[in-house]
Design a protein around this ligand. Structure first.
Ligand SMILES: NC(=O)c1ccc[n+]([C@@H]2O[C@H](COP(=O)([O-])OP(=O)(O)OC[C@H]3O[C@@H](n4cnc5c(N)ncnc54)[C@H](OP(=O)(O)O)[C@@H]3O)[C@@H](O)[C@H]2O)c1
Length: 248
């Protein structure tokens, strides 16, 4: 029997990278997963790859009506949620000298605002034993140039985990952040202005004690732990699966 047998999970950004690997691992562990994302063809491919026990719900999380749509689809199809993995994200770099309000709002809308309303809308469906996993980043404890908005939005998630863990006292719902280090996913293609993935990877490799990037499945395994009863006494915490990059 898997560690997530019979659980229902909602995984945002479940059509790519860490979210897709998490959805696959959750289903292998016995869960039913709802995956979300904006790109319908990528959602279709993800459903085929995951193979069973999966429903794709398209939506742009920066729009409140799309978050309502996701919650409505989960309510209609299953009526319960055991695990939320708030994972959707993107990176866009901006030095402070030229940072625009549009860049700031886009970053905060998706990575700091959307998780609040996603969790709020799904909360009535979660009961005792529930686990909320907010995918942050090792960057929330680091100072990496040009990531003013990204790192701050990720730090906001760390704060939500502390607040909600306290707010849900006695309700049996745990909340934690999962903070990946540099992980080999499509997001790395957007980390340099010229889309020079190799340069970005070389820069980060110099900083990572384990000496390599993470595979998405290694982050997914940490999500399985946080979603399952194996982490039953863990709440308000930050699990850094970062190869040590945020520790040294
Ligand atoms: N990879 C890393 O090195 C790393 C390190 C630390 C933290 N993280 C965090 O891990 C999470 C997953 O990243 P990843 O590396 O797996 O990147 P990825 O492969 O690029 O996946 C990003 C996901 O977010 C979804 N998404 C983006 N904008 C969205 C929007 N407006 N509405 C709904 N969904 C949206 C994308 O789907 P659509 O494009 O179809 O919408 C996609 O599924 C992110 O929060 C990221 O910040 C990643």
């Amino acid at each position: 029997m898997g560690t997530l047998e019979g659980k229902v999970a909602v995984i945002t950004g479940g059509n790519s990278g860490i979210g897709l690997a998490t959805a696959k691992r959750f289903v292998e562990e016995g869960a039913y997963v709802f995956i979300t994302g904006r790109r319908k063809p990528e959602l279709d491919k993800a459903v085929e790859y995951i193979g069973k026990n999966v429903t794709a719900v398209p939506g742009d999380l920066s729009k409140l009506q799309d978050i309502d749509g996701i919650a409505a689809a989960v309510t209609t199809t299953k009526g319960v949620v055991d695990i939320i993995v708030s994972n959707a994200g993107f990176t866009e770099q901006a030095p402070l000298d030229t940072l625009t309000p549009e860049h700031f709002d886009k970053t905060f809308n998706l990575m700091a605002r959307a998780p609040v309303f996603l969790v709020q809308k799904l909360l009535p469906l979660i009961s005792r034993g529930g686990s909320i996993i907010l995918v942050s980043s090792a960057m929330h404890v680091m100072g990496i140039p040009n990531h003013t908005a990204y790192a701050a939005a990720k730090a906001a998630l760390r704060s939500y985990a502390r607040t909600w863990a306290a707010e849900f006292k006695g309700r049996g719902i745990r909340v934690n952040t999962l903070s990946p280090g540099v992980t080999d996913t499509p997001i790395l293609d957007s980390q340099s202005e010229e889309h020079r993935r190799d340069e970005v990877v070389r820069m980060y490799l110099n900083m990572i004690p384990i000496g390599r990037l993470a595979e998405a499945v290694e982050i997914a395994n940490a999500a399985v732990f946080l979603g399952s009863e194996q982490s039953s006494y863990v709440t308000g915490a930050d699990l850094m699966a970062d190869g040590g990059v945020g520790q040294v």
